[in-house]
Ligand binder design. Structure first.
Ligand SMILES: *Cc1c(COP(=O)(O)O)cnc(C)c1O
Length: 405
């Protein structure tokens, strides 16, 4: 399919290009030491990932350890309540550890093993990526250092405990605001000093090349599975697919399965409390071009041009940018990016739980809320939503802030 001059039959061969660009977005904006490390990972990825042995091993791990393929569920009661449009969810909440994140963490850790690395280095904010990478490290018997701001360590005690139980070393970062940004900087610094022995595992389709490409590729299992399952289940393609966009990994992987099809694709960003800077994290909607964390993309900047403070009710979505591929697909118009605020998100959280027996992650509830809105607008047809994770991790927050509805 050709869309706005881009041939999606050969899209994955051409995007990103050899320098890691999706159009003008992406690249490798790091110091020379880290450039060397990134080049090493890129080269290893291109050779190892084509080997039969690697592909077979990753396939076996997905089946026997992660529980893939995850199913698609038809939301019959919710669909009936909203009208005639049929809603479906791809159940990444049933992937081991309860979200899509393990898909790329197992891939990154397997690559580390093939490259002969001994240690995984990662940063984490809310702790979800930290838990997934600690899980992968335990599975492969690798060391694991997870950098985390002291503010986040206090807020996310259960995830800190999980990482430690899994054998990871949680490294406290105390400087600056002591949250995600400082944790990223500290993790990069540690990696630059020790890249011969270790590999950096980024938590989304962000950071310098090859990470936006590699994480998308590892996550694309979600989209390719979903396409096949949906066609088998209904005999046709969905009319629309929807996923939430933080850094953009669950959406990038999910969309990969449908880019070359006559399917409307929607990426949903968190509008939080409203459109004022600091009240949301809708970077593609309200941001401008800039460089952060080693890549060029669309980002929310403060008056000094630094990453702006952002907010979302979902801690996994409060990142001031999104991956370069999303910036590209946004500019191209192939994916429509829109927003959903906190209130609609929380309504969707309770509605899906009550009507379908699925408690979604608050991140995923953004996509559910938008799917519900689309269903009312479309009047007929089908919508497939990527349910990126389960809501168990959000229970304390929901009870404290919203009670039980
Ligand atoms: C981390 C997380 C997200 C956001 O990350 P992306 O890279 O945008 O996918 C979404 N949903 C869940 C359940 C998460 O844990």
């Amino acid at each position: 399919m050709i869309y706005n001059g881009i041939d999606f039959d050969t899209y994955f061969k051409n995007y990103p290009n050899e320098e890691g660009y999706f159009g003008k977005y992406g690249g490798v904006y790091v110091n020379d030491e880290l450039k060397k490390a990134m080049a090493e990972i890129t080269e290893a990825y291109f050779t190892i990932c084509k080997s039969r042995k690697f592909i077979d091993e990753l396939r076996r791990i997905r089946k026997e350890f992660q529980g893939r393929p995850t199913p698609i569920s038809h939301l019959e009661r919710l669909s009936n309540k909203l009208g005639n449009v049929q809603l479906y969810v791809k159940r990444e909440d049933l992937n081991h550890t309860g979200a899509h994140k393990l898909n790329h963490c197992m891939g990154e850790a397997l690559l580390a093993k093939y490259m002969g690395k001994k240690k995984l280095i990662a940063e984490t904010g809310a702790g979800q990526h930290g838990v997934a990478i600690a899980t992968a490290a335990a599975y492969f018997g690798l060391e694991c250092d997870v950098y985390m701001g002291s503010v986040d360590i206090k807020k996310q005690a259960p995830n800190v405990a999980r990482m430690k139980i899994l054998g990871a070393n949680v490294v406290e970062v105390t400087h600056g605001l002591a949250t995600l940004k400082e944790a990223v900087d500290a993790a990069f610094e540690a990696y630059a000093k020790d890249y011969e022995n270790s590999i950096y595992c980024i938590g989304s389709v962000v950071g310098p090349h090859p990470f936006p490409m590699m994480v998308r590729d590892f996550q694309s299992v979600v989209g390719f599975e979903a396409r096949e399952q949906f066609v088998e289940m209904t005999g046709e393609l969905p009319d629309a697919v929807v996923a939430c966009v933080g850094g953009g990994s669950n959406s990038a992987g999910f969309f990969a399965g449908f880019l070359n099809d006559p399917v409307d694709i929607y990426g949903i960003e968190p509008l939080g409390r409203g459109t004022k800077m600091g009240d949301h994290a809708a970077s593609l909607q309200y941001g401008t071009e800039g460089v952060m964390h080693g890549f060029n993309s669309i980002m929310l900047k403060d008056e000094n041009g630094d990453p702006a403070p952002v907010y979302s009710v979902a801690s996994g979505l409060d990142y001031p940018s999104s991956g370069p591929e999303h910036a590209f697909l946004h500019e191209l118009g192939r994916v429509k990016y829109d927003v959903i605020g906190d209130d609609d998100t929380i309504d969707a959280f309770f509605t899906l739980s009550r009507l379908e027996g699925i408690i979604p992650a608050i991140e995923s509830s953004h996509a559910v809320a938008y799917g519900m809105k689309l269903a009312k607008q479309m009047g007929k047809g089908s919508v497939l939503i990527n349910l990126s994770g389960r809501g168990d991790k959000d229970m304390d927050y929901i009870i404290e802030n919203y009670g039980i509805r």
